[in-house]
Design a protein around this ligand. Structure first.
Ligand SMILES: [Zn+2]
Length: 290
């Protein structure tokens, strides 16, 4: 391996720290999904001060199982073992790992492994975007974010971490990987623009995993899907502006799929769209092209 794991910043399994012993009986004493995060911090050393060890800045508030640096030289930190829970998703957890409504007892942090990736997140005052930043619309379908890309070395470390998780908990399904913004839609923005398809294909050694994400990073693409599925977007149709008609169409789609009705477009919506198009013999790429 061209990088190493650092176990020196493990969080003590003691009261007052952001770690809980074991997984809960609600999920059969095992984790059910993986929540991918960005740190909004560029360096792993700084991330470690915030999340890791006995005197983390966020002690008793937040943690994660892993912190993944941007370079092989930084490597990967382990903060919590895969046998215990980390406190990686805080407020407003409305969805659980499979897109169903989250009960308090089975919310993200209780049921999912949390992986932090060092990434500045989106362009904002004081954090200017560079030319290579990724454009991806948020779960409201209104805000086109510019997101710092993850590095190639970091991607390889994400693959390794994903494989380590899968080796320990092989029941975790492809569709149960999601971003923090999927379980807390409207509240969190991480990880917009994340390369889920490429990553999951490598973790699961399966090139047939569909990319249900990247073709839906624009407002127009989401609208084209809704129009194709027969929803009425009003006199303007698919025009790249997400208004009342688009919002209502999304709600109707969620209702029709028996999905949780939240006013957000999440990874779970992407999978529902994939399934709805598959029954019509087509794909997200085909419908959104052109
Ligand atoms: Zn997060």
């Amino acid at each position: 391996m061209p990088f190493s794991y650092n176990n020196s910043a493990m969080i003590p399994l003691k009261p007052g720290h952001s770690v809980s012993k074991g997984w809960t009986s609600v999920t059969g004493n095992k984790p059910m999904g993986v929540t991918w995060h960005w740190t909004a911090i560029e360096s792993l050393a700084t991330t470690r001060k915030v999340l890791g060890g006995p005197s983390a800045t966020s002690k008793g508030i937040a943690s994660a199982h892993y912190g993944i640096g941007r370079t092989f030289a930084e490597g990967v930190d382990r903060y919590v073992t895969l046998e215990n829970r980390s406190w990686h998703a805080g407020k407003n957890q409305v969805m659980r790992w499979d897109g169903k409504k989250s009960l308090k007892t089975e919310s993200g942090a209780r049921a999912c492994i949390g992986v932090e990736t060092c990434n500045l997140g989106y362009e904002r005052p004081g954090v200017p975007a560079k030319a290579d930043w990724i454009e991806a619309v948020n779960t409201d379908s209104k805000w086109l974010m510019k997101v710092q890309p993850w590095t190639d070395e970091q991607f390889e470390m994400m693959v390794a971490v994903g494989k380590e998780i899968l080796a320990r908990w092989p029941h975790i399904e492809v569709r149960h990987h999601h971003g923090h913004h999927d379980i807390c839609p409207g509240y969190k923005q991480d990880v917009a623009g994340f390369s889920f398809a490429a990553l999951l294909r490598r973790i699961y050694d399966d090139d047939t995993i569909p990319d249900v994400w990247s073709d839906l990073w624009t407002i127009l693409a989401r609208q084209k899907i809704l129009v194709f599925l027969g929803y009425d977007l009003g006199p303007w149709g698919a025009d790249g502006h997400w208004g009342e008609f688009s919002q209502r169409a999304l709600d109707d789609f969620q209702k029709q799929c028996k999905a949780v009705r939240v006013p957000h477009w999440t990874t779970f919506t992407c999978w529902d769209v994939h399934d709805a198009l598959a029954t019509r013999g087509t794909t997200i790429a085909a419908v959104t092209a052109g």
